[in-house]
Design a binder for this molecule. Structure first.
Ligand code: NAD
Length: 496
């Protein structure tokens, strides 16, 4: 019998019968491993109501007690990380070591949230006016929604959930329907760590569940991560319904290689960042900008490294790159390879010829050279193992190319020239920049976010901006006057 995956509402698995369900695949075999319930409006209401009931108690739980829950969650997650990695690999397809890396980065965010008492300290000004004190309080928003994509089924929910809870909010998490089990594992660990029932709920489903959260009057804020068209839609719909929204979108990340760079290091980085997780990372490098005269040599070095990559089931130790998440996504990525050939790009390595036993969703690493900026393989986010090389004649042209792109998530420059790198850091219009670092994902005590079409809203994810997003500030002005100081005065209050 196929396994059933259902919602987690008010500290337990939902006991109802779903009107609609979806298939969850094992991408390495192509088999359906489970069916996941899709929420309708009734389940959205149930989950939001559970979170709303839990809110007053959790909001008034002391900072010490809240952070103890997070510390316990961190210990449980660390102890059981191999189980979670196996769940991620079984539903997403990424290799186990990569799933372990995702969890390690997720744990950084939990550790940051453990410091909530420090982060939530307000300011206090004694004697702002004579006998008057002014201070600020950071308060939780209430029920918040987190909507996450398929490509980091543990890390992206944990970019938001620990910080939201640490600030005293309660959460309804709507993970991707393609790999829903990691979120349930996380919710169960939170329950074991002592989080009260209803403080974290997991609602499965598709657009119906998302729209239900975006329109629900009780939901105060939405943190979304996914593709740009949906991020834009979520931002516009959520804000129209009066919510605070941060919506992180897609990417087209350029790696600029200057002629003075170490080409072996640059080729290693391009292959690692281009094909890790089969290119299904929002920080994957998808465009290498080779500043002549080094393009021929760089392309040869990249191609020779690609020849040595092992594609296979993510559970096998020798596999370096797993399958794509679904057959539909594999076919879409494959259609871009065909589009690149038709548009006249040079196909240096053709991943369509990869051969792996079993019925999984396979596509091998693919490399195009002589890509022009009007080709669909350049303009569109492909989100698969397809790397494009664009050649430019100068540093200025390379920088202009990156800045002209609609996306602005991550970028990197490879060079040994500190001044060129510093100019890049200063002038590039991208939110996260790597200097000889191909995947510059900020550590948990900074914040993660792109510019332009890669982020809608004004708060980046996690770190200090996460705490800012999940709280609203109240400023109190206080005075304890002696009765003799009374008297009516219609003038506007001044400080004295
Ligand atoms: P997606 O946009 O298809 O789905 C994201 C979420 O939105 C899922 O929970 C999904 O159920 C929901 N959704 C899908 N269609 C919807 C619709 N029409 N209306 C309302 N909700 C809808 O993204 P995905 O394929 O799961 O993930 C890959 C994308 O996410 C890529 O574009 C990638 O760049 C992006 N991503 C961005 C970041 C970042 O930090 N900027 C991080 C990870 C992934």
């Amino acid at each position: 019998m196929t396994q059933r995956i259902s919602h987690w509402i008010d500290g337990k698995t939902w006991a109802g019968v779903a009107d609609r369900t979806g298939e969850v695949f094992d991408p390495a075999t192509g088999e359906v491993r489970a069916r996941v319930d899709f929420a309708g409006g009734g389940q959205v209401d149930e989950a939001v109501a559970a979170a709303a009931r839990a809110f007053p108690g959790w909001r008034d739980t002391s900072l010490a007690a809240r952070s103890r829950v997070l510390f316990r969650f961190r210990e449980l997650l660390t102890a059981r990380k191999d189980e979670l990695a196996a769940i991620i690999t079984a539903e997403h397809g990424k290799v186990l070591s990569d799933a372990a890396g995702e969890i390690a980065r997720a744990i950084e965010n939990v550790e940051y949230a453990c410091g909530a008492p420090q982060m939530l300290k307000g300011g206090f000004s004694e004697n702002a006016s004579t006998g008057v004190d002014v201070y600020s309080i950071a308060q939780p928003l209430g029920v918040v929604g987190v909507i996450s994509p398929f490509n980091f089924p543990a890390m992206v929910p944990l970019w938001f959930v620990p910080n939201a809870l640490a600030c005293g909010n309660t959460v309804v998490l709507k993970p991707s329907e393609k790999d829903p089990s990691a979120s349930l594992f996380i919710a169960e660990l939170f329950a074991e760590a002592g989080l009260p029932d209803g403080a974290l709920n997991v609602l499965h489903g598709d657009k119906v569940a998302v729209d239900g959260l975006l329109e629900h009057p009780v939901v105060k804020a939405i943190s979304f991560v996914g593709s740009t068209p949906i991020a834009r839609y979520v931002y516009e719909t959520g804000t129209r319904h009066g919510k605070r929204v941060q919506a992180l979108g897609g990417a087209k990340n350029h790696m600029v290689v200057l002629p003075d760079a170490d080409l072996d290091l640059a080729a290693d980085a391009a292959v690692s960042a281009g094909f890790g997780s089969a290119g299904e990372r929002c920080m994957a490098v998808s465009v290498v900008v080779a500043v002549d005269p080094i393009a021929d040599e760089l392309v040869a070095k990249i191609a020779s490294r690609m020849a040595g990559l092992t594609v296979g089931d993510g559970r096998e130790a020798e596999s370096e790159m797993g399958p794509l998440v679904t057959a539909a996504h594999r076919d879409r990525v494959r259609s871009y390879v065909e589009a690149g050939v038709s548009a006249g790009a040079s196909l240096v390595v053709d991943g369509r010829s990869v051969s792996v036993s079993g019925g999984g969703f396979w596509l091998g690493p693919t490399l195009f050279d002589h890509v022009r900026t009007d080709m669909p393989i350049y303009t569109d986010e492909i989100f698969g193992p397809v790397l494009s090389v664009v050649r430019t004649g100068s540093y200025d042209d390379a920088l202009a190319l990156v800045n002209a792109n609609a996306y602005g998530n991550g970028t990197a420059i490879f060079t040994n020239d500190g001044r060129a790198a510093r100019r890049f850091q200063n002038e590039v219009e991208v939110g996260m920049v790597g200097l000889n670092v191909p995947i510059p994902v900020p550590v948990g005590y900074y914040s993660f976010g792109g510019w332009k079409d890669s982020l809608f809203g004004d708060s980046h994810a996690y770190g200090p901006e996460g705490f800012h997003f999940f709280t609203r500030t109240k400023v109190v002005t206080s005075r304890w006057p002696d009765p003799s100081q009374g008297g009516v005065n219609l003038g506007f209050p001044r400080n004295s």
